[in-house]
Design a protein around this ligand. Structure first.
Ligand SMILES: [Zn+2]
Length: 223
């Protein structure tokens, strides 16, 4: 009398029943050593999962981690910022898409859900790292761009002052340090224009933007 239910009590935590013959085998065994049948729990590749991972996270090696090719996945992750892994992953996506599930399952075995989790986590980390790298490049450029805009705005105000000074000089034969007398109305509240000196020969003025560290100095020869 052989009752398979009885053997349940003797199955270790690292063991399973063969899906085909019912004998106790290691959980990690992909093929039953007794009957030679591939175990369903060490499943073949899920084509949909593979395609999704390759398409969305392939540039970070997610599909490689899914397929258990961790070293390849690691290199994809390491060089993701070059976009080259992304390009390769796109080609691989096309190849996988045109490969039948049977062929894929014959070629690759994965360790069930764990592979997908590792793949998604690795891909997620890669994406965070890439966003970090992009931000590190983009933020200083954005600051430079904004500073340039502030400088242009300050220069534009100073240009208007220079015009007012030249007009005043045409009329009175001297430059002025009185903005009102020159009909110079300053428009941008973020910018402070200060006339340092003005006489019959020249004037000097400073423009300071409250977002900029360095003031811009002009004189009668600037414009
Ligand atoms: Zn078996």
């Amino acid at each position: 009398m052989s009752q398979p239910i009885e053997t349940t009590q003797f199955k270790g935590i690292d063991e399973n029943f063969c899906t085909e013959c019912g004998k106790i085998i290691k959980i990690k065994a992909e093929i039953c050593p007794m009957c030679g049948v591939r175990q369903k729990n060490s499943e073949g590749v899920n084509k949909t999962a593979l395609l999704l991972l390759t398409f969305f996270l392939g540039g970070f090696g997610a599909h490689k981690f899914y397929l258990g090719k961790n070293w390849q996945g690691f290199f994809y992750l390491l060089f993701c910022w070059t976009w080259i892994p992304g390009l390769i992953a796109l080609i691989e996506f096309i190849i996988y898409a045109f490969t039948s599930t049977e062929v894929l399952q014959e070629k690759y075995t994965v360790k069930g859900g764990a592979g997908v989790i590792i793949a998604v986590v690795a891909g997620g980390f890669g994406m965070i790292a890439l966003i970090g790298i992009l931000a590190a490049i983009a933020i200083p450029q954005f600051v430079t761009y904004k500073n340039r805009a502030y400088m242009v705005a300050t220069e534009s105000e100073l240009q208007m002052l220079a015009t007012a000074e030249e007009n005043y000089f045409q009329q009175y034969g001297q430059y002025s340090s009185d903005a009102q007398a020159m009909n110079f109305i300053q428009t941008n509240p973020e910018i402070t224009i200060e006339i340092i000196s003005a006489d019959t020969t020249c004037y000097q003025a400073v423009g300071t933007h409250n977002q900029l560290q360095d003031p811009i100095v002009i004189d009668c020869n600037s414009y």
